[in-house]
Write a protein of this length. Structure first.
Length: 137
């Protein structure tokens, strides 16, 4: 008797693939991912359907498009070590230790997953602002 395929909710499949929920929904509606509909009309994705996408990794075009952003014009760049990554819903809080100071940034959880941010990694903070305040200490 064959094993029953595990059925995932679209949000679970999106997390497994490292894409946003809206992206996965677009793929479903475009027919790029086969789904099974529940009696209530909800999409469920067989886990086996995701396997080819998980094995494919990022496309060469996507890798190339990301590489062009490695050199940026911003000069306020600080390099440190990731102290903490907290992912909650759509957002992630990333805290960098830079010398004896810490800096936090709120980014999308998709970006944190895509960059595979983990504690102990070296990362940079790029600060872009039209206003800078100085306090005498």
């Amino acid at each position: 008797m064959p094993n029953a395929d595990v059925l995932l909710k679209p949000s679970q499949a999106a997390t497994a693939l490292g894409v946003s929920y809206p992206t996965l929904k677009q793929w479903i509606l475009a027919g790029k991912i086969k789904t099974i509909k529940t009696p209530g009309g909800h999409h469920r994705i067989p886990e086996s359907t995701l396997q080819p996408l998980l094995n494919a990794g990022p496309s060469p075009a996507r890798r190339q498009s990301r590489e062009r952003f490695r050199n940026v014009s911003g000069r306020n760049q600080l390099v440190g070590v990731i102290e903490e990554v907290k992912i909650s819903g759509l957002l992630a809080q990333v805290r960098l230790k830079i010398g004896d100071q810490s800096i936090s940034a709120i980014i999308t959880s998709d970006a944190a997953r895509e960059m595979q941010l983990r504690r102990g990694q070296t990362a940079g903070a790029l600060i872009k602002s039209t206003e800078v305040m100085i306090v005498r200490v």
